[in-house]
Design a protein around this ligand. Sequence first.
Ligand SMILES: Nc1ncnc2c1ncn2[C@@H]1O[C@H](COP(=O)(O)OP(=O)(O)O)[C@@H](O)[C@H]1O
Ligand SMILES: C[C@@](O)(CCOP(=O)(O)O)CC(=O)O
Ligand SMILES: [Mg+2]
Length: 349
Amino acid sequence: MEVRARAPGKIILTGEHAVVHGSTAVATSIDLYTYVSVHFATPSDDGDLLKLQLKDTALEFSWPISRIKTAFPESVLSCTPTSCSVEVAKSIAALVEELDIPEAKIGIASGVSAFLWLYSSIQGVKPSTVVVTSELPLGSGLGSSAAFCVALASALLAYTDSVSLDLSHKGWLSFTEKDLELVNKWAFEGEKIIHGKPSGIDNTVSAYGNIISFKSGNITRTKSTVTLKMLITNTKVGRNTKALVAGVGERMLRHPEIMAFVFSAVDSISKELTSILKSPTPDELSLTEKEEKIEELMEMNQGLLQSMGVSHATIETVLRTTLKYKLASKLTGAGGGGCVLTLLPTFSE
Ligand SMILES: Nc1ncnc2c1ncn2[C@@H]1O[C@H](COP(=O)(O)OP(=O)(O)O)[C@@H](O)[C@H]1O
Ligand SMILES: C[C@@](O)(CCOP(=O)(O)O)CC(=O)O
Ligand SMILES: [Mg+2]
């Protein structure tokens, strides 16, 4: 039997990085998905291998089950989401090192590590073939790491007694609220392996969908009264979320007082955005006014992201180019390259 799960990417409207330090951020899921399929070996299948096919990077890995068993002498199987210990992280790093991932694709190593942790914790050590494909650009700020972890946790949990899914059903099924919480918690453990110190906003918006306000692990699901049209420009400059998050953390240690003001300003921006999105929009005039306010909030947030040191020359080029057309833009996700958001107003001159 094969189970296929999918989870969406996201854009962060306001609050990236500051959310890691306790500020509010606002994010929404987007219509681009990562798909994970899991096919457990039946007695008629030959081999005793755990196979992982990463289609987006054209990489394929396999481990003899006996090799994984020697790497994890103690079972890490767990019904409840658990963090990867330092010892197990070392064993996983050794397994990943043996794969000889080409230097140009080395970013994938963290994804493979998260896979090994989630797989052995949720399913134990058993043979199967796991296939991953994504419509999202990897490492571009659209939350591919979180979509990967949410889709993976969903597919793996579907085969356990921890969730209540009718697997005889064909087509997409949704998890119950309780099961979604479990998926989200496991996905967060995967994100921790990929990002180091994630806030949890990416896996949460990928698991629950729609728009959320997020602060220190608390989620407020927001129903927006406006439909915002956003242009997403991919600078195609590769970057790594873990390094950028660490860089902001170091700046925080060097200038704690100043950065506290920066994070507090971002918190106010996200709170104001949430209240604009929720307030009634009775006519065209109020829609235009709202969009103008949102543009201003995006510009202010971008300025604060620059002061955190996460902008990039290519991001600045997109900002200057869109400004020529009087359009407001900001980076989305970790920055340092990646994607830029531009608000496209509903009524333009
Ligand atoms: N489809 C995928 N296949 C393999 N690894 C993936 C996939 N999607 C995400 N990853 C992992 O997540 C990393 C990118 O995460 P990150 O740097 O947080 O950027 P973002 O989440 O913005 O795309 C990749 O380098 C890889 O380790
Ligand atoms: C920078 C951050 O706020 C978002 C990172 O998003 P992405 O991985 O660049 O899609 C980190 C986090 O919240 O965990
Ligand atoms: Mg990410």
